[in-house]
Design a binder for this molecule. Structure first.
Ligand SMILES: *Cc1c(COP(=O)(O)O)cnc(C)c1O
Length: 234
């Protein structure tokens, strides 16, 4: 059995066990396979093992992979953009991805909405929140989330689904949970405020279990599926 298939099975088993351990509904957590830096063959292998949702951080790399997988006649895959967005690069994102997890500015959201092709389903959106408050991290400040969320929810060709965060790495499980709990609290406030959200995109290879305990509905997992990344290879 291929290593990618083995890893997918192991992660799926961990997700199922953690969902149960935390008292949540079965199937309430979706696995997003983060394939950045890995080639189309790796995605193909994961697709053959049944994985359908893939996350990409770098636009050109993602577009090349989407094209390669289409050409290879892969089953219909769902592509999520999870990297930083430059405002002059919104059109290919709007045209080629099903989801965007990293919206943090109104202007970007407006462009994505305007550029979403007619006839495609609305682009599914998460707002990225800077939950750890580090100066260098991307994401909107927690106190600004509500205003942006209401603006994005009103745009015609987008569907605001929820919030996303990449907390500061922490080894300690309780520390990991505390950061995810802050995102969940914000999410619950927005829902109480009338926004129909259903998505908390949080948790990666190293902190997926803590995220599930705090209500993650999408975990974004890369290295635990595909192996360690080598950024110098390309
Ligand atoms: C790379 C990346 C991931 C996956 O990280 P791993 O630690 O490899 O699981 C998840 N989310 C985002 C936004 C990423 O950039």
């Amino acid at each position: 059995m291929s290593l990618i298939r083995q890893n997918l099975q192991a992660i799926t088993a961990t997700i199922v066990a953690t969902v149960q351990e935390s008292g949540r509904q079965p199937e309430s957590v979706q696995l997003l396979a983060v394939s950045k830096t890995f080639g189309p063959e790796a995605v193909q292998e994961a697709a053959e093992a049944g994985q359908r949702a893939f996350g990409e951080n770098y636009l050109q790399e993602g577009l090349d992979k989407i094209r390669a997988l289409n050409d290879a006649g892969a089953p219909a895959l769902e592509w999520h953009f999870i990297g930083p967005i430059q405002s002059n690069k919104t059109r290919p994102i709007a045209e080629n991805f099903a989801w965007v997890h990293t919206v943090e500015r109104e202007k970007i959201a407006q462009r994505l909405s305007e550029q979403r092709p007619e006839g495609m389903a609305p682009l599914q959106i998460c707002l990225q929140v800077n939950i750890s408050g580090e100066a260098s991290k991307s994401g909107i400040a927690p106190e600004q989330v509500a205003e942006l969320a209401h603006k994005v929810a009103a745009l015609p060709n987008l569907t605001l689904r929820g919030l996303m965060a990449i907390p500061e790495p922490a080894d300690d499980f309780e520390q990991q949970r505390a950061a995810f709990a802050r995102l969940r609290t914000l999410y619950e406030q927005l829902r109480a405020d009338g926004l129909a959200l259903d998505t908390l995109s949080m948790g990666m290879s190293a902190d997926m279990r803590a995220a599930i305990f705090e209500g993650a509905t999408i975990v974004r997992v890369g290295s635990a599926i595909f192996g360690a990344r080598n950024y110098n290879k390309a």
